[in-house]
Design a binder for this molecule. Sequence first.
Ligand code: SF4
Length: 453
Amino acid sequence: MFIDTHCHLFYPNFNGEVPEIINRAIEAGVEYIIVPSTNLASCRQAIDLANQYDGVYAAIGIHPHDTSEWDNSIIDSLDKLSKEKKIVAIGEIGLDYYYDFSPREKQIEAFEQQLELAIALGLPAIIHNREANQDTMEIVRKYSLQGLKAQFHCYAGTVDEAKELISLGHYISFTGNVTFKNTDDIRKKLFEIGTKNLLLETDAPFMAPEPFRGKRNEPSYLKITAERIAELFNITLKELSRVTNNNVYKLFKVGKQTETSFTYELKGNLYINITNRCDSNCVFCGRKDEPIISGYNLKMNEEDEPPAHVYINEIGDPKKYKEIVFCGYGEPTIRWEVVKQIAYYIKENGGTTRLNTNGHGNIINKRDITTELKDLIDIVSISLNSSDANQYSKLMNVSKEYHSEMLKFASGAKKYSQVIMTVVGLENVNIEAARKLVEEEIGAEFYVRNYFE
Ligand code: SF4
């Protein structure tokens, strides 16, 4: 299932064909369509379409091309329209210095006032930027401090700007232009930006993907663009759909919130989401903010933690996976007895097990649990984080003694399992000292990783 976050379904070249276009979209798996407006007349049309079709939602706003007559009364009109049902955003708004159809000062005035309205209404904005990067970024930086959240549609900025926007909680989308033969530069940019805050859009009736380039675009063609993006990232369409739909829900509240996954598949491995609890509180840990990985929602309260048989049912034949990894956004050894029951099932049925841990299992369980790894856990991956006990203590918010306990755990685990020790590549962490400690003193394998790898 896909969501077209940007389709001007009210354009005259769709007239009389909207029911068929929506049917074709549904057949192609496009379940929801967001219709951004460009002026007050199209705001009304977008709202009417949203009222007529279940899967259609409206965004209201004045496009920079239409801001030459901008005056404050337009904000009042938009404010009144925002009370209608199924309004999910203020847009399409922004700056267009390529065509300059409206004077730039009028574009800026309209853009800023509409962003203020979006913030006041608690709605996201849908932003158009063409050859106006600098002003767009300055304005967005200012309003982000006031809580603005936005989609940057048909993204035209740089990779660095995209990364900054994502760090501010905004979202990026590309159109059918990612499928064109001569747009390697756009695909490269998309690849460097990544899928974390990606949305899908057609911008129909414009920007039709290959092989329809130059013809009228429509929401059913979103699947073509999605296939090209999935291919670029070497992920399945299912994964792209899960990630982007989750992002649409977070930004626009359209679609469905993904339910908690107790097990989740990634790159041939099956991950076991055992708990969100942890005895540490690492500075780089995202479990309390947003425990979502590749569109899988891992959020779990202690009272909702399932028993072993729930995981075992979901695993089925463990031989289907390269590894079955006890992981999640928390410390698995907090539920050590459950981990052992599941691991026993996996090993009995020919699977491979890996435990991703902070190495505090002995402290947590108040006994040496490393002997219990025997014949149950094939690989133990331990977060070393730092070779320096003081730094370790600060990074993880634990007392310094945890560092030596973790090292003891690693040495104990080595007797029964393959041990890999990792550090997150953070500034100030002495990677070479960590490597030396792991390879020369513990005799384990060493790996520098991204968080949650
Ligand atoms: S040990 Fe892992 S789960 Fe626990 S706080 Fe640190 S990063 Fe998060």
